[in-house]
Design a protein around this ligand. Structure first.
Ligand code: GLU
Length: 307
């Protein structure tokens, strides 16, 4: 594993979706992203991924919670919803290169379609990739009846790609004709994340490892847009004692829940520190000082809190 400074100082980031309050797993990921950026001389940015699943007020609360454990951004916080022009410009650039096509499939049709030979389950089978102009007209008419826009997909050109991850090593995953803009007009996460990271000079992506297999398709998209893919570092998810991904239903799992139970932000940081083998941490800066990335446990973090 190497955690050496890049030749030119870039930036790391944390990019939460404002769909609710941050739980301990989210905060741990944020701490690790901040520490790995700082350790390598990078700036650290925060981006609110608010294209989807927005809960009123969650953004402000998340930023407050991050500040409470000692994490603030260099420079302004970027909101994905304010970057529509940049997202559309990227789609237009791909379209000009012949890399975008309209897709008239419904979600159900995609699920029920036989997958292409050698494609992993769930990969888009390419139904609309090479339609005749008559079939496209029929597809558009159908979308019109359904009151939907066609989705826009990337003509990916590769089936799989390998990226290097700081913790997982070589990661190979499928790259299918991913959606760039959805049928409801919303820009797809994979496009937004690539464009926003590149525009912000982000060259280190630290996030939870549920997104590990998305890294190759995002790296491919970055390359098609003329950007150098970032360094990836995917860290384990937090789970409940039953092994399911930590969630609201697991009780008092957010920083705010813990504060309401009389704990302090420092107490919560202490739990995060312990999960990294570091007793006695009170702030993210303590982790920065003491943590050795080579010791990161690779298993999910089992969060078992007093109620
Ligand atoms: N917004 C995503 C999440 O909260 C993270 C996306 C990313 O870091 O690329 O899970």
């Amino acid at each position: 594993m190497t955690v050496s400074p890049p030749p030119t100082a870039g930036a790391g980031r944390y990019a939460p979706s404002p769909s609710g309050d941050l739980h301990l797993g989210n905060l741990r990921t944020a701490v690790l992203a901040w520490v790995l950026a700082r350790r390598s001389g990078r700036a650290f940015r925060l981006r609110v991924e608010d294209l989807d699943r927005v809960q009123e007020g969650a953004e402000a609360r998340q930023l407050e919670d991050l500040a409470a454990i000692g994490i603030t951004a260099d420079g302004p916080v970027v909101r994905q919803s304010e970057r529509g022009a940049e997202h559309e410009e990227a789609i237009a650039r791909l379209a000009a290169a012949g890399l975008v096509y309209e897709c008239y499939c419904t979600r159900r049709e995609i699920l029920e379609a036989p997958s292409a030979p050698h494609a992993p389950p769930g990969a888009y089978p390419g139904t609309c990739r090479d339609l005749s102009s008559a079939a496209r007209e029929a597809g558009r008419a159908r979308m019109h009846r359904l009151r939907r826009e066609p989705a826009l997909r990337l003509r990916a050109g590769v089936r799989a790609l390998t990226v290097q991850d700081m913790f997982a090593g070589a990661v190979t995953a499928a790259v299918d004709d991913l959606v760039l803009r959805r049928g409801d007009g919303v820009v797809a996460y994979n496009l937004a994340v690539v464009v926003d990271d590149a525009d912000a000079g982000i060259d280190q992506v630290v996030r939870a490892d549920d997104l590990l297999t998305s890294a190759p398709r995002q790296a491919h998209l970055a390359e098609l847009l003329g950007h150098r893919p970032p360094q990836y570092a995917h860290v384990p998810l937090a789970v409940n004692p039953q092994g399911a991904r930590l969630a609201k239903r697991d009780g008092a799992v957010t920083l705010r829940d813990r504060l309401a139970r009389g704990e302090s932000a420092g107490d919560v940081m202490a739990r995060i520190g312990l999960s990294l083998g570091l007793p006695g941490c009170r702030t993210a800066a303590d982790v920065l000082e003491r943590w050795d990335p080579a010791t990161l446990p690779r298993e999910p973090w089992v969060v078992d809190l007093p109620a």
